[in-house]
Design a protein around this ligand. Structure first.
Ligand SMILES: Nc1ncnc2c1ncn2[C@@H]1O[C@H](COP(=O)(O)OP(=O)(O)O)[C@@H](O)[C@H]1O
Ligand SMILES: [Mg+2]
Length: 232
């Protein structure tokens, strides 16, 4: 479904990604792991079109998307939930969801469905986005992404800084999305969380992919976990 081929990505003159190739198959959940600053967020931003690659190409369902505008990539069926959680603080929960709706993709998601899926949001429809807790904002941010009925969801550290109870709830819901057939590309530093969700994993180091394998194999590979993630 998604195929990133040998891309280089730069911030001005500073190169952040070096010859990165990854792929995500239909209905697959793929992990992007690595320490802080290795390029996980950069790769997601490049896929959604904020940082077009200076070399290489990105394909989605066989069509080249690299070089296209963000809204065109999003309209094609990719949704992006940034690490900073993208919500409008001055809009209500309901309006945050309503403005995210667009009719380019058919699918099951609408506001009522989001309230069923993220139940806590149903009790705060009129509350301003800025007055939600971190966990509620994350639900809203994912809810906004789902409103576009994506085929592929890019999630950037969705559980970062959240309380354990909310983290478990989000893990469960993300797994439900995966079972519903949405492809997932998940950048994570929280391995416990990631391993519950991912089928396959890529490990990054200094802007490059340094390991690729099934989550099952990676979990057993103490040497790699230690070398690239500092896990003993
Ligand atoms: N806006 C930016 N301008 C310049 N360099 C950046 C910017 N954002 C990130 N970088 C650099 O790109 C590299 C990768 O960062 P990032 O993709 O955010 O890593 P990660 O998400 O894995 O923590 C880092 O060296 C970081 O300093
Ligand atoms: Mg990041």
């Amino acid at each position: 479904m998604l195929s990133v081929k040998e891309i280089d990505v730069c911030y001005g003159k500073a190169q952040a990604l070096f010859n990165v190739s990854i792929h995500v198959k239909k209905e697959e959940a793929v992990l992007l792991l690595g320490r802080n600053g290795v390029g996980k967020s950069t790769l997601l931003k490049s896929i959604i079109g904020f940082l077009p690659p200076v070399k290489g190409s990105i394909f989605f369902n066989g069509k080249q998307i690299s070089g296209k505008k963000v809204y065109r990539i999003a309209n094609g069926g990719i949704a992006y939930v940034p690490q900073e959680r993208e919500i409008f603080p001055d809009l209500t929960v309901e309006d945050n969801l309503a403005v995210a709706e667009h009719k380019t993709q058919n699918g099951i998601w609408n506001i009522e469905r989001i309230y069923q899926f993220f139940n806590p949001l149903a009790k705060m429809k009129k509350r301003l986005g800025g007055n939600l807790s971190g966990g509620e904002q994350q639900m809203l941010s994912i809810g906004r992404a789902l409103m576009t009925n994506p085929k592929l969801l890019l999630l950037d550290e969705p559980t970062e800084g959240l309380a354990p109870l909310i983290v478990r709830m989000l893990e469960e819901q993300i797994n439900k999305l995966k079972k519903s057939g949405i492809g997932i590309l998940l950048a994570e530093q929280n391995l416990q969380s990631a391993f519950k969700i991912g089928d396959r994993a890529y490990l990054m180091e200094k802007g490059s992919i340094c390991y690729e394998g099934s989550t099952e194999d990676l979990m057993k590979n103490k040497d790699i976990l230690n070398r690239y993630l500092g896990i003993r």
